[in-house]
Design a protein around this ligand. Structure first.
Ligand SMILES: Nc1ncnc2c1ncn2[C@@H]1O[C@H](COP(=O)(O)OP(=O)(O)OP(=O)(O)O)[C@@H](O)[C@H]1O
Ligand SMILES: [Mg+2]
Length: 322
C-alpha cells in the first residue's frame, strides 16, 4: 500500500486535471501564472487569518496571518519544531485550529483540492506500485473500488509525469526511486487533482544542491505556468530566495509574514526571534545568521553565528523583491 499520509486529491474525472497545463505550455487567460498576471489582478487562493494551534496543551502557533495569490511562491521558514508541518496540516484541515481561520479559494468549509507533498514518505522498496500507479491514485484514489483503466487516464498520468520530468520513471517501482526522483513523482501525484494550491513540506530535504535547485525551478515553473499557488517549508530560506514572492517565517510560535524583502531583514527577524539576527549581503549572496543564543523559549536549536547560511542573492528582475 502507498504511504497512508499521502492524500488522494479529488478530481471529478480521470481526464487531465482541470486547469492543469503541461509544464512548458504557454499559459493563457485566468490560469496564467504570476509572470503574466499583474500583481493586483491575481486571484487570492489562500487566506490565513489570526491562526492559532494548540497541541498537547502547548500553544504551537499564535496569530499567524498571511495570504497567497494565484501563481505565487511562498516559503515557510523555521527551525526544527517551529510549527511548519503544523501550519501546513492546519491549512489542510488535518489539525484543528484554536483560533482564527483558513480559507482556500474563498471556501472555509468544504475545501477545493489542495495538492500536498508530506514531509515523511517511507516506501517499502518491494512495494509493487509503479510511479504511474501512484500518480493515477492522485486522480481517482478518493473513489471506492478499483480504478477503471482508460486511455484518457493513462494519457493524463503520462502528461503529469512528463510535466515534472519523470516520464522515464513511469514504470519504476516507487520504493526504488532515489530521493530526487521520488520528489518529482510525489509532485506529479499532488498535481493530479488539479489543485489551485500546492503545499510541500520540506521538499528539499535530503536533496543534493543540484537536485534542490532543479526542484525549486520546477516548483517555480508550476506556479508561473499553471497559476498554482505554492507554499513550501524549509529550514533554510536561501534556496528559495530567487523565487519567493512572500515568506512566512516562524519562530517561537509567532510568524513574520509578507513580501520577502520586507521580512528577510535584520530588524524584522530580530524582533521575531527576540534576539539579534544578522541578514547580510555579501558576494552576491545573502547570509542569515541567527546567532548562538541556544536557549530560546521556542525550544529550537539556534544556528551558530559562524554557520550563517548562504544563498544566491536574487536578481531583481526574476525575484519576488518588490
Ligand atoms: N500531535 C501533537 N501533539 C503534541 N505536540 C505536537 C504534536 N504535533 C506536533 N507537536 C509539537 O509541535 C511543535 C511543532 O511541530 P512541527 O512538526 O509543526 O514542527 P516543524 O517546524 O515541522 O519541525 P521540523 O522542521 O522538525 O519538521 C513541536 O514542538 C512538536 O513536538
Ligand atoms: Mg516538519
Amino acid at each position: 500500500m502507498p504511504d497512508p499520509t499521502l492524500p488522494a486529491p479529488a478530481t471529478p474525472t480521470g481526464a487531465a486535471p482541470a486547469g492543469a497545463l503541461p509544464i512548458g505550455a504557454v499559459p493563457t487567460g485566468a490560469d496564467a501564472g504570476r509572470r503574466t498576471t499583474p500583481p493586483g489582478q491575481r486571484l487570492p487562493v489562500l487566506d490565513v487569518e489570526g491562526l492559532g494551534v494548540r497541541l498537547g496543551g502547548r500553544q504551537v502557533l499564535s496569530d499567524v496571518s498571511f495570504h497567497l495569490c494565484q501563481g505565487e511562491v511562498a516559503g515557510l521558514i523555521g527551525s526544527n519544531g517551529a510549527g511548519k508541518t503544523t501550519l501546513l496540516r492546519a491549512v489542510l484541515g488535518l489539525t484543528p485550529v484554536s483560533a482564527g481561520h483558513v480559507s482556500v479559494a474563498g471556501s472555509r468549509g468544504r475545501r477545493p483540492p489542495v495538492g500536498y507533498v508530506p514531509q515523511k514518505v517511507v516506501l517499502d522498496p518491494d512495494l509493487p506500485i509503479r510511479a504511474r500507479d501512484l500518480v493515477q491514485l492522485g486522480q481517482d484514489g478518493h473513489r471506492w473500488g478499483l480504478p477503471w483503466p482508460s486511455a484518457a487516464k493513462r494519457a493524463a498520468t503520462e502528461e503529469l509525469l512528463a510535466g515534472v520530468g519523470a516520464l522515464h520513471l513511469a514504470d519504476a517501482r516507487v520504493g526504488q526511486l532515489s530521493g530526487g526522483e521520488l520528489q518529482r513523482v510525489l509532485v506529479a501525484h499532488a498535481l493530479a487533482g488539479g489543485p489551485r494550491l500546492l503545499l510541500l513540506d520540506e521538499p528539499l530535504a535530503n536533496l543534493d544542491l543540484r537536485s534542490a535547485r532543479d526542484t525549486v525551478a520546477l516548483l517555480d515553473c508550476i506556479a508561473r505556468q499553471q497559476g498554482i499557488a505554492v507554499l513550501m517549508s524549509t529550514h533554510d530560506v536561501n534556496p528559495l530566495m530567487g523565487v519567493m514572492d512572500r515568506v512566512v517565517y516562524l519562530a517561537g510560535g509567532r510568524a513574520a509574514t509578507g513580501p520577502t524583502a520586507d521580512v528577510v531583514r535584520s530588524d524584522v527577524l530580530s524582533s521575531l526571534y527576540g534576539h539579534h539576527v544578522d541578514v547580510l549581503h555579501a558576494h552576491g549572496r545573502v547570509i542569515v545568521s541567527i546567532g548562538d543564543d541556544a536557549h530560546r523559549d521556542d525550544g529550537c536549536d539556534a544556528v551558530p553565528a559562524s554557520a550563517g547560511v548562504l544563498a544566491d542573492e536574487p536578481e531583481p528582475s526574476r525575484s519576488g523583491w518588490r
